[in-house]
Ligand binder design. Structure first.
Ligand code: AMP
Ligand code: MG
Length: 487
């Protein structure tokens, strides 16, 4: 055991052994620390001594080769609906080291991803490729910069071992930080495989951990409502920045409302509501514009898992759950409308049918012209000079209409711009750049282009040095760009 770096205080184990399996990370041959997120370590209040010989100590810890004081490693059990079908899952290549308490008393899961097989690995090797972990690190930290709830990435350690996928690749271990890894699929597991008493205990546990102030008159119903509200916030954020999660299975939907499991996700360039990047999503189930509908569907899976403890009478249980689920469409529409209005410079109290129509007209035009989702709003904000389709008559007319409407609402262009600047990122992790910097690390080991991109992505609303390098969409569009799961 190595000395304390985390302030572990584990609670999940108190639920009992039917909720997880004890399992230690499988040591790797020659760990090498590649990335360490100092600012996150600082925020978490970790006792990391960077002066003496630190990287050799850190790579022992963040590879899983050495456990630190208070660590009680285990793999969590969960199930889930994958592309609509229920199945048993569990942490097949992730191990929870423990729950760290920050100096301000916040609790975070410290998880290793790619740390070796567990009883839930099925046919998998429990490992992860360097490229996939770099991708998760980059995009999760970018999401954090965008102000979107997300898992965070603390470290990447190269394993010094090869991982066998379609081709042989370098292996790596990522340290993932989340408020918890409790998912919709965790409740589906408890409902399907454990007892009603377990379901009750799990609901109490989750409420205490994530929603301690929620009404407890009907704990299951309160939890459902809280999760629903958090998911509405989250999906509206995704729609704001053009993020496509790619694999919104119920096991990848966090109860605390954080984005996680950055497998086949990608940001959209040209606006297309039907956009899909994931190679396995052949029916477009998780397409950009389907995300709110899928979130609603996933919440119905949560409701279903909670039914036995919402009410003793099943019919009443269903009625009560439906009442909560039916809140989704209006809540979502309201928040989405507010967000889109703000993207073109109108505040909540300036909302009118005319503003809603203005947004619709813009989106229709963007779709027809495959206009870049990010840069179109920057054009409206007059951050970029009008070229190409933005120099055409539709856009000029639309801008005039918007200006007149702003004036009618008593708002100036300057006020609108101020409102827009924290809605519309100047930079997103565009696919062609993501691929470029990942390849650079994977093929040459050189981190400079990765770090330069990461730095710009950390403050995406600020006009930082060299930002313009990353702002242009790929010259020939996304072409056949595709992302892959579980790599
Ligand atoms: P995901 O698609 O990443 O959400 O993973 C779905 C399920 O597959 C989870 O239970 C994972 O733990 C498991 N899994 C994915 N990749 C591997 C792997 N290389 N080895 C073992 N299990 C894996
Ligand atoms: Mg997953």
């Amino acid at each position: 055991m190595s000395s304390a770096i985390f302030n572990f205080n584990n609670s999940y184990q108190s639920l009992g052994e039917s909720f997880f399996e004890w399992v230690k990370p499988t040591p790797v041959q020659s760990p090498g620390l590649l990335l360490f997120n100092h600012s996150l370590a600082n925020d978490l209040g970790l006792s990391v001594d960077l002066s003496e010989n630190s990287s050799s100590k850190l790579e022992q810890i963040f590879s899983g080769n050495q456990l630190t004081e208070g660590s009680e490693p285990m793999a969590q059990a969960y199930a889930g609906h994958q592309f609509g079908y229920f199945t048993m899952l569990g942490d097949g290549r992730a191990i929870l080291l423990g729950e760290h308490i920050t100096p301000s008393q916040q609790r975070f899961d410290i998880q290793l991803k790619g740390s070796g097989p567990t009883p839930y690995s099925r046919r998998g090797d429990g490992r992860a490729t360097l490229k996939a972990m770099l991708r998760e690190y980059l995009i999760s930290e970018s999401m954090h910069g965008l102000g979107i709830p997300t898992s965070r990435s603390l470290a990447i350690v190269k394993s010094g071992e090869k991982v066998y996928r379609e081709e042989i690749q370098d292996g790596a271990i990522l340290t993932r930080i989340m408020q918890s890894h409790i998912r919709v699929g965790s409740f589906e597991y408890v409902n399907h495989y454990l007892t009603k008493e377990d379901l009750k205990a799990y609901t109490y546990y989750t409420l205490a951990r994530h929603y301690p102030l929620a009404a407890v008159e009907n704990p299951a119903l309160s939890l459902l409502k809280k999760v629903l509200i958090q998911q509405v916030h989250l999906i509206v954020h995704w729609m704001r920045v053009g993020f496509i999660h790619g694999v919104m299975n119920t096991d990848n939907m966090s109860i605390a409302g954080e984005t996680f499991d950055y497998g086949p996700c990608a940001f959209m360039n040209g606006y297309d509501p039907a956009k899909v990047f994931s190679s396995i999503d052949t029916n477009g189930r998780y397409a950009f514009a389907n995300q709110p509908g899928i979130a609603h569907w996933n919440l119905s899976c949560l409701a279903n898992a909670l039914l036995p403890i919402i009410h003793d009478n099943q019919e009443q249980s269903v009625e009560l759950a439906k009442e909560v689920l039916n809140l989704f469409p209006d809540l979502y529409t309201q928040e989405y409308t507010d967000m889109m209005a703000a993207k073109i410079g109108f505040s909540k109290n300036q909302l009118s049918d005319e503003v809603v129509d203005l947004v619709k007209e813009l989106l229709n035009w963007m779709k027809e012209n495959q206009a870049d989702y990010t840069n179109s709003f920057l054009q409206i904000q007059s951050v970029l000079s009008p070229e190409g389709i933005y120099a055409g008559s539709f856009f000029a007319e639309w801008l005039k209409k918007r200006e007149a409407l702003l004036a009618k609402q008593g708002s100036s262009l300057a006020q609108a711009k101020e409102l827009m600047q924290f809605q519309n990122p100047l930079v997103i992790p565009r696919n062609h750049w993501v691929e470029k910097v990942l390849d650079s690390v994977a093929f040459t080991g050189d981190l400079s282009s990765f770090n330069a991109f990461l730095q710009v992505l950390q403050t995406p609303y600020m006009s930082t040095k060299n930002i313009e390098n990353y702002q242009a969409p790929p010259e020939n569009g996304d072409g056949f760009y595709a992302t892959y799961c579980g790599t």
